[in-house]
Design a binder for this molecule. Structure first.
Ligand code: BGC
Length: 414
């Protein structure tokens, strides 16, 4: 592929393997009931060539997707070479069409053998994950952009604090051990990838939200929102700068841990969706209550999330402290209303344009998502896609939002 476009802005869409392909070997397969009754909704596994044609139709020059670890290593002692070849086929098709692949190694799901035997709070998890990274970097060719982990903090909140995602644990001290191991995997995966692909661009995709006090006048709301903002948005950024992760939960002592990730970053992936309002409530876990409110008048999404484009500027400004290029690795809206989807895109891309003019080094924007897909705990009704999927027939149809995104790509010159 001609990579003369290295300084060219990456306009892409993002997807994740499990949401489109499912996997009988993944922890989520036994966790969730939607996919048990409707395994056919993940037919991208067989239809990937047709779906990749949609990228050409859109005119994107980049595509972020993930590898489903549980398909590649369904048993600890077994590598499924066919599955690796299929991912290589996806990459080859992208390269033939001058579409830059960005590959995510871990997007929430795990092989069952891993999560049962070596969950993240066990130190043995690190070597198991790195073996997978070794295998991938030995076999997969043609990828420059790598995301080691998608949204480690979401995995941590869901899997270790709320318990709503596998491994379904609710324990803050195990959460911290898990985070330490995940970050250690990132640091070592960074080195493995660079040892094989010296000019690789490696990052994580970090979910950042605009976080604000529910009642500005209330000192406790302000305090909690400050703590939450630091933990959720900033602590990992500071850890990339200093090699130390500082964790503070409300009304607990600060915990400092060493993490070997200082400077192990070639760009920084930001996933941005919404703003969250935070209030002190003694009857809630950790005294924290979260809410979405339509303050700007742009409405809420079908998932009830506030549409707050200005928040994107805030999180980008903070992330720019890292002094590496930033890429918006996810931004999108769940809505049945395609005009609303267009307005969402336009408003966020306008904010992005201002940030770039202000001097923030943003090198790419990936809309989430290409087609409607399985949205984890929310099932099938969250319509993020530029292409509408009829879940009865599984037919994909372009929406006017797809046409609008193509127009944006052609007309905005960043
Ligand atoms: C995740 C996606 C998810 C999207 C919308 C992101 O946090 O990476 O897997 O579908 O948000 O909820």
């Amino acid at each position: 592929m001609n990579r003369g476009h290295d300084r060219k802005f990456l306009w892409g869409v993002a997807t994740s393997a499990f949401q489109l392909e499912g996997s009988p070997y993944a922890d989520w397969a036994s966790w969730d009931s939607v996919l048990k009754s409707r395994p056919d909704v993940t037919n991208h596994y067989t239809l990937y060539r047709e779906d990749l044609n949609l990228l050409k139709e859109l005119g994107v020059n980049a595509y972020r997707f993930s590898l489903e670890w549980s398909r590649i290593q369904p048993e600890e002692s077994q590598w499924d070479e066919k599955s690796i070849t299929r991912y290589q086929d996806i990459i080859n098709i992208l390269l033939e069409n001058s579409i830059e692949p960005m590959v995510t190694l871990h997007h929430f799901t795990h092989p069952l053998w891993f999560i049962k035997g070596y969950p993240w709070h066990e130190d043995a998890s690190v070597e198991k994950f790195l073996r997978y990274v070794e295998k991938i970097t030995e076999t997969i060719k043609g990828v420059k952009y790598w995301i080691t982990f998608n949204e480690p903090y979401v995995l941590l909140l869901g899997g270790y604090l709320e318990g709503c995602m596998p491994p379904g644990i609710k324990d803050a001290s195990l959460a911290i051990r898990a985070l330490k191991n995940i970050l250690s995997c990132h640091g070592r995966a960074y080195d493995i990838i660079h040892s094989r692909i010296p000019d690789a661009m490696v990052s994580i995709a970090h979910n950042m939200a605009a976080l604000t006090p529910w009642r500005r006048w209330n000192p406790l709301d302000r305090l909690l929102s400050k703590i939450a903002k630091y933990f959720y948005n900033h602590s990992i950024i500071d850890a990339f700068i200093t090699g130390r992760l500082s964790i503070k939960f409300p009304f607990k002592k600060v915990k400092e841990i060493e993490v070997q990730i200082k400077d192990k970053l070639d760009f920084f992936g930001v996933n941005y969706y919404t703003r969250v309002h935070i209030r002190f409530n003694p009857f809630k876990k950790m005294c924290v209550e979260l809410r979405h409110r339509d303050i700007d008048g742009y409405g809420l999404t079908d998932l009830g999330w506030e549409i707050h484009p200005q928040g994107l500027a805030k999180v980008l400004r903070y992330a720019s402290r890292l002094n590496v290029p930033l890429i918006i690795t996810e931004n999108g809206i769940a809505t049945h209303d395609n005009q609303k989807k267009i307005r969402f895109m336009k408003r966020h891309i306008d904010v992005l344009e201002k940030c770039i003019k202000e001097g923030i080094d943003v090198r790419g924007y990936f809309y989430w998502s290409l087609i409607d897909n399985y949205e984890w705990l929310q099932g099938l009704d969250a319509r993020f896609g530029l292409y509408r999927v009829d879940f009865d027939t599984m037919e994909r149809k372009p929406t006017c939002a797809a046409a609008y995104y193509s127009y944006i790509i052609k007309s905005r010159n960043f």
